[in-house]
Design a protein around this ligand. Sequence first.
Ligand code: CP
Length: 338
Amino acid sequence: MQIWPHKHIHTLANFSIQDYKSVFELANRFDALKNAGTKKIPALQGTLVTSLFFEASTRTKNSFELAAKRLSADVQTFAPSSSSLTKGETIIDTAITYSAMGADTLVIRHSSSYITFEIANKLDAINSKTSILNAGDGLHSHPSQGLLDMYTLVKFFSTKSLNPEILNSKKILIIGDVNHSRVARSNLWALSAFGADIILCGPKTLIPEEFINFFKTPAPNQIDDPVKSRGSITISRSLEESIKIADAIIVLRLQKERMMENLLSSIDSYSLDYGLTPDKLSLNSKEIPILHPGPINRDIEISSKIVDDYPNCLINNQVANGIPIRMALLYLLHKYNK
Ligand code: CP
């Protein structure tokens, strides 16, 4: 395995092709071990993984904690409502406190974009060895979700060994509220790195034209894109036309508060135009894979019939794949620190 170059994982904007391959090779090995009956391995015995979730989560939080346990790490869970945040302690001081307790990795979710950079800079400045793993920050980034979505698609398309190059020239349709989605941003970095062409489909209020220039907005302090050639981004306002040419679809959750912000005239009209239904899906002649990061709004952005009955609806595969992907990320950060 190549040397892992990142002390912290904030974004996929600074991931090289080799970084993706390192994560996938390891995830695949953890997957194979589990399938052979070895669920738990001692790789991170004696280390401490702390989950600091300042925002709600079902999948990411539990999957990171399970991943850490499968690697035999000690796991510490922070609960904001019963913590000293309620006495006015800052988020940065909370992170410093857990680092001082010996956390090897802090897995952080927070509603503020870029906050994990701020926390990591502060910890680095005091020579802390603790790594930061971003589990979703505001609208900016959700790197483990981007990786597990890509892993799910690569597994679906690979006929023999797992090969991310299989995504080259595949048309991946992302439907919905891209502008408010950290998942979509991480999907864009990941899928384009292996040459997938991405179609963003939704109303102008949720997908502004500026998204065409998305790859010109790298991470803070990042000068170069480590990926020399990326797939394209196009924007479509017609779901029917986009479905006809797609090789895979990622549906995003509609955040209902967007209606209150006057970005949508009504949930019903959004559903009519951009909700994925069996009728619309039948415009594509193949049984293409459907992904959704969850949580889903049934019969708003995606029909229950697709979620429950469509054979290539991969939502549960995404959840399952999140565990080996997160095991790989925790393991690679541990390797960096050794
Ligand atoms: N996909 C995702 O981030 O789900 P949770 O909010 O449940 O973690």
